[in-house]
Design a protein around this ligand. Structure first.
Ligand SMILES: Cc1ncc(COP(=O)(O)O)c(C=O)c1O
Length: 446
């Protein structure tokens, strides 16, 4: 085992975060970027620079990123030179003016070429808002209100309405504990959850909501593969109900298939929503769909000034070309496989019990040690930070991660696992923590 230098994060980031929490409710704009989710009091929190898979904190300390890597946005790696060049060109020639960006049309053609079932495209700049557009179009197209959904789809009222009245509806849907405070009570009963690979739950919704179901919304695949015939059954239930089938490809898109993962799974929706890695870190989102449904966007009001700026489409065009030319899908699959195998091997060596999950392009692990599990994950993050890595139990590989970088990460993880095993055996885990245990759900942050 080669020895790896211990390098602690500086204090500028954690101190700035204390100031942020006084000025910015919740401290950050995204739950998944809250330092409490990683290493309370000691996470670097802010960056000065990011390139490839390296992030420099405010004290200039570099870390190799083995987390969700820009929350799944930067498949090509941070500050990709080709995407940056396209964006700089757009900025130099003006990113916003009174007329429209011609790139919108080229991108729409490209998205419909990649997804031959789709005819038309609307744009937004973030995943959650694009989902709200998709829901509005589905409601406008069907003249109905009720939504059946599975999984997480952002912060919109239409989605949080599921937790009105009974606060547990969103449990088991990726982010439990989301409060619907501020969502109109009138929306109660308008969003009904079903679980992945449980078609009978959607069947029950379809039969109880005859003539009322506007849309069926889900990620075609996230952590688990669809069981035999599951997606086909969902497709036929949506057809039977006369509802619009919406696939949320905000996170799953592009990483294990060029386009939406549904193209690989062989089931076509009526609408798909693409965001995040479509533009490698620049704000962009697309709602693509069949013409007979998308035309309903003309009968309602969906319109926003910055949906017309030019950086998003320029970044998306450059990103999609680059993802294809570098063979992103196979590289990311290989890196994810290597990492998952490395986690399993290190756990075996140190007799730790891990649940390794997800797909190679979105891989996860959790310690399976009962009450000690969250302490173990916090200590893993702490130990990896000391060794120059940003790391927790979710790794979304990028094109910037090479097998050599994975190997260095796994060497560090092996050393940390050894420490965790010793802490478990000696019952000293809690003494090793330099701050509180990481939070695990929304409820714990409010
Ligand atoms: C499946 C899915 N839908 C919707 C969203 C929300 O997207 P955004 O955070 O860009 O609003 C996310 C974000 O993580 C997501 O993973």
């Amino acid at each position: 085992m080669t020895s790896i230098p211990i390098s602690r994060s500086g204090r500028t980031g954690p101190e700035l975060y204390l100031r942020a929490k006084k000025r910015i409710p919740g401290g950050t704009q995204l739950l998944s970027k809250r330092p409490e989710m990683f290493l309370p009091d000691n996470w670097p929190a802010y960056y000065s620079r990011a390139e490839g898979c390296t992030i420099w904190d405010l004290d200039g300390q570099p870390f190799t990123d083995f987390t969700s890597c820009g929350i799944g946005c930067c498949l090509l790696g941070y500050a990709d030179p080709t995407v940056n060049a396209a964006v700089m060109d757009r900025i130099t020639r003006g990113s916003m003016c009174t007329l429209n960006s011609a790139d919108e049309v080229e991108l729409a053609d490209l998205l419909c070429e990649i997804h031959p079932w789709a005819d038309q495209v609307r744009y937004a700049r973030a995943g959650g808002e694009a989902m709200s557009i998709a829901i509005r179009i589905a409601r406008a197209a069907t003249g109905r209100d009720t939504i059946a959904f599975c999984g997480y789809h952002g912060w919109g009222d239409w989605y949080l309405a599921a937790n009105l009245g009974e606060t547990t509806a969103l449990n088991g849907h990726l982010l439990p504990g989301l409060e619907p405070t501020g969502v109109p009570q009138a929306l109660r009963g308008s969003a009904l959850p079903f679980r992945y690979n449980q078609p009978s739950e959607l069947e029950a919704i379809v039969s109880s909501q005859k003539g009322k179901l506007a849309a069926v919304v889900m990620e075609p695949m996230r952590h688990d593969a669809p069981s035999d015939g599951f997606l086909e059954k969902i497709r036929s239930l949506a057809d039977e109900a006369g509802a619009v089938l919406i696939f949320d490809e905000i996170t799953s898109g592009w990483r294990s298939h060029h386009g939406g993962i549904h193209l690989r799974l062989g089931v076509e929706p009526d609408i798909a929503v693409l965001a995040k890695s479509i533009s490698n870190g620049f704000p962009m989102a697309a709602v693509i769909g069949r013409a007979r449904i998308m035309e309903a966007a003309q009968r309602t009001f969906i319109s926003s000034t910055y949906w017309t700026e030019g950086i998003g489409p320029a970044a998306a065009l450059a990103t999609l070309k680059r993802l294809k030319s570098v063979g992103a899908v196979s590289h990311i699959e290989k890196i994810g496989e290597l990492t998952r195998e490395g986690w399993r091997a290190a756990a075996r060596r140190h007799a730790l019990t891990l649940n390794v999950g997800g797909i190679p392009a979105l891989c996860t692990f959790a310690f399976n040690h009962g009450e000690e599990s969250r302490v173990l994950m916090t200590l893993f993050t702490q130990g990896m930070l000391d060794r120059g890595f940003l790391a927790n139990g979710a790794f979304y590989p990028t094109c910037a991660h090479t097998p050599e970088i994975v190997s260095r990460y796994l060497q560090a993880a092996d050393l940390v696992f050894a420490d965790l095993k010793a802490g478990l055996a000696n019952k000293t885990l809690k003494n090793d923590l330099r701050g509180p245990v990481a939070h695990s759900s929304f409820a714990r942050l409010t």
